[in-house]
Design a protein around this ligand. Structure first.
Ligand code: BDR
Ligand code: CA
Length: 332
């Protein structure tokens, strides 16, 4: 059983990741830790609570995290991708009603970084951190507890890109671009770390046919994912980001990181010491020493090689893993 803390900025594809993590029988979702990103921290935290309520998982903890990046001034949020509310303008009127019980997901008194550290200390070597937003909370947790990489089982990050062009600049993926200093702080530490970046997430496109299956076969959860994805699908379609397919589609980015956790063999990876460019024209770019040169200059001296990045994916297997799990979760 994978004990997971999901660090997230919900987010339409974040909602897909939450549904998948909740539904997978091998995942024990301990908490959602929230971070600014797709929308403000107030909205991502509210959405985390709302999504848990909608999915009947109000017992899962929520810990509120960073409102702004570690160093740089905040950039505009991504309402044009995820809607003003962050979930496709479905809050609070998603076709799904809040669960009928009186209980609702609660925000912890501990902030996200403190929560991550205290959970890792309490269960050394057991917790998987799955980070699918800007890496600010993870960097703050690392600053609070420099031994964090030894205290967690692994860190899986949706972010960055090795060969695939960026989605906010030609070089940068959105989560790394939103807080490049945090991304570099995290990459510079010696974790068991896997990057699930655009190299693979742009190869796993959810079509309207897939989403209609979820709507029709995955109960309230499927209806929620259908409703929230309407805005996101329009963004992808109108911006030429719907890659290589004839029908409306969108990337399932964050859910792909959950697929990696439970189905790692669906991916092929490359390893190398990694850093992230923090400033200038290339800000947010992931730099990975794929050749294993062990460069002896500048930032690269004595860099540990504990980072791997997913480069290829069996697309059908990844899509089937996600869709079948959400259907069995939502229909039960
Ligand atoms: C990442 O950026 C956010 O918009 C998505 O939720 C995902 O985590 C993709 O670049
Ligand atoms: Ca996200």
């Amino acid at each position: 059983m994978h004990k997971v803390i999901l660090d997230t900025d919900p987010g339409i594809d974040d909602a897909m990741a939450i549904a998948y993590a909740l539904g997978h029988p091998d995942i024990d979702l301990l908490a959602l830790t929230t971070v600014f990103g797709n929308v403000s921290i107030e909205k991502t935290t509210r959405n985390a609570q709302y999504l848990l309520d909608c999915m009947g998982a109000e017992k899962v903890s929520v810990a509120k995290g960073a409102a702004v990046p570690l160093v740089q001034p905040p950039l505009p949020h991504s309402e044009f991708v995820h809607g003003d509310d962050g979930i496709g303008n479905c809050y609070p009127k998603a076709a799904v009603k809040l669960n009928s019980q009186a209980a609702h997901a609660k925000v912890q008194s501990q902030a996200a970084a403190e929560y991550i550290v205290s959970m890792a200390r309490a269960a050394p070597g057991e917790i998987t951190l799955l980070a699918v937003g800007p890496l600010t909370n993870i960097a703050q947790a690392l600053i609070l507890e420099p031994a964090l990489p030894d205290l967690v089982k692994q860190l899986i990050v949706m972010g960055g890109t090795v060969d695939e062009p960026g989605n906010v600049t030609p070089l940068a993926e959105a989560n790394f671009f939103n807080d490049p200093h945090a991304a570099d702080t995290v990459m510079a530490a010696d974790w068991p770390l896997t990057i699930v970046g655009l190299d693979v997430t742009h190869k796993i496109m959810l079509t309207d046919t897939h989403l209609a299956r979820l709507r029709d076969e995955a109960g309230q959860c499927g209806q929620l994912l259908w409703d929230t994805s309407r805005f996101y699908i329009d963004f992808y379609t109108n911006n030429g980001a719907a890659i290589g397919l004839d029908e409306p589609c969108c990337a399932m980015h964050d859910a792909a990181a959950v697929v990696f956790l439970v189905e790692p063999d669906v991916f092929t990876t490359v390893s190398g010491a990694s850093r992230v460019v923090t400033d200038g024209m290339a800000a947010g770019q992931l730099a990975m020493d794929r050749k294993g040169y062990q460069y002896a200059t500048g930032h690269w001296i004595n860099r540990p090689v504990t980072t791997r990045a997913c480069m290829q994916v069996n697309t059908d297997a990844a899509l089937n893993a996600f869709i079948s799990t959400v259907i069995s979760f939502g229909s039960s």
